[in-house]
Ligand binder design. Structure first.
Ligand code: ACO
Length: 406
């Protein structure tokens, strides 16, 4: 629980997005790398998904460490210091541990002493759900500044013998700061849906209380993500446009008023279907999945930060963040952009990933976290303690130094 007094609570408080940041691990896994692991081809992956490469966290990185870097950058972009954050909400389906929450680890890593911190799990829609929660905290007068993080380390939960899933996902983190404002409210609309009939279409069968971890569950490979791709695809194309439109309507806007959609980066064909459904050109859809693959709850905030830093968003623009995922869930936020885009690079430059540390438990050595098939193709020895440089990435300039195939 929070130990700090709650900030004053004016009745009608408007919510503004004041900070944004992202972090992507340096190591690149290309389609050519995957060709060496499963029966697939660059041509199949690019034509069916649009993905060309994805990022893989190094052995010393975790969901918390990536989330902390993205979070600190968002705080710096907002012109704040970590202790001004009242609440930290972290969306992930790949937490560092079952408990404590990854948000609690991030709180310590960023040097915040005041915030209430907790995780949200709504799979790939998690960031939008966390964003909605943060908005509600501010609107209710319970917080002045909320840090919302989407962070995922999916490459440790993939079956690298299953070509239908292992090609899709990658690692990374993105974050925003939402702040209370005394200025006039700008248009905003939020919509979320949950359809549990899709519960077993994307799932991770074992490790929970229904099927606790055991030698047998491990032998069956039940600790890896499973997915019915075609059903998920159908759900996504059916739902994304309608969820986005509902949020746009709640903001008092029309689809044609939206300057940029920032959709969950799962599959280019899904994004194209959304554009078609909304009768909008692809130029209104932001796409970076070719470089990152699907980073689940991290995908929308990474895309948002890159879109803003690339000059695709300016004050007065109307944007929509929209996601779908396991559950099945979907969520969208329609809003007017008010922040100065030039703040983004300032926030990036303020935080060096190598300066951010997540405290480890005393007297405990975890086993090597990298799946052996991945370690082999990336050409690294499977021994604990081998560290790779924690370089960051400039948008549009992916670092390829650690790809095994270049
Ligand atoms: N390489 C080569 N062939 C492949 C591969 C691969 N990597 N993967 C599947 N295939 C084969 C299949 O075996 C199948 O062969 P068959 O016809 O002989 O049986 C053929 O390609 C077609 O398979 P489909 O599954 O029909 O391919 P589809 O065009 O649907 O593409 C994909 C598959 C990319 C997974 C697509 O269905 C998709 O993107 N679905 C949505 C997935 C998604 O977005 N998931 C994230 C959800 S977010 C979250 O919460 C985690």
């Amino acid at each position: 629980m929070s130990t700090h007094p709650m900030p004053p609570s004016p009745a009608s408080r408007s919510v503004r997005l004041t900070g944004w940041g992202r972090y992507a691990p340096a190591q690149v896994l290309t389609n050519a790398d995957l060709e060496r692991m499963v029966d697939t081809s660059d041509e199949w992956i690019v034509s069916r998904t649009g993905i060309r490469e994805r990022r893989v966290a190094a052995a010393h990185e975790t969901t918390a460490s990536m989330g902390a870097v993205a979070g600190l950058r968002a705080i710096a972009t907002a012109g704040l210091v970590p202790d001004e954050i009242d609440v930290i909400i972290l969306a992930t389906l790949t937490p560092d541990y079952w408990m404590p929450s990854t948000a609690a680890l991030v709180k310590e890593a960023i040097g915040n002493t005041r915030a209430t911190a907790f995780d949200v799990m709504a799979a790939c829609s998690g960031f939008v759900y966390a964003y909605a929660t943060a908005s509600a905290y501010i609107a209710a007068g319970m917080a002045r500044h909320v840090l919302v993080i989407g962070a995922e380390l999916l490459t440790r939960f993939l079956d690298y013998s299953d070509r239908s899933t292992c090609i899709l996902f990658g690692d990374g983190a993105g974050a925003v700061v939402l702040s209370a404002s005394d200025e006039a409210a700008t248009p905003v609309g939020i919509e979320m849906t949950t359809e549990p009939q899709g519960a077993y279409m994307i799932w991770l069968p074992a490790g929970g209380s229904k099927s606790p971890p055991s030698a047998e569950t491990i032998a069956r490979g039940e600790h890896k993500i499973r997915m019915e791709g075609r059903e998920t695809y159908r759900f996504a194309t059916r739902t994304l446009a309608s969820t986005a439109l509902a949020a746009v309507g709640r903001a008092g806007l029309h689809a044609g008023d939206i300057d940029l959609f920032i959709p969950h980066q799962a599959n280019i064909r899904i994004i194209e279907a959304v554009a078609k459904g909304l009768d909008l050109p692809m130029e209104r859809m932001y796409v970076n999945l070719d470089r990152y693959g699907n980073t689940s709850a991290a995908s929308v905030p990474i895309a948002l930060a890159e879109a803003v830093n690339e000059g695709r968003v300016k004050p007065g623009d109307h944007i929509v963040l929209v996601a779908f995922g396991a559950g099945f869930t979907s969520g969208a936020v329609a809003m007017e952009w008010t922040a100065d885009p030039a703040r983004g690079p300032i926030g990036d430059a303020a935080v060096r990933p190598e300066d951010v540390r997540v405290r480890l438990p005393v007297d405990w050595d975890s086993v090597d976290p990298i799946p052996p098939a991945l370690a082999e193709v990336l050409g690294r020895p499977v021994v604990p303690g081998v560290e790779l440089p924690l370089d960051d990435v400039v948008p549009g300039e992916p670092a390829h130094a650690h790809s095994s195939t270049r």
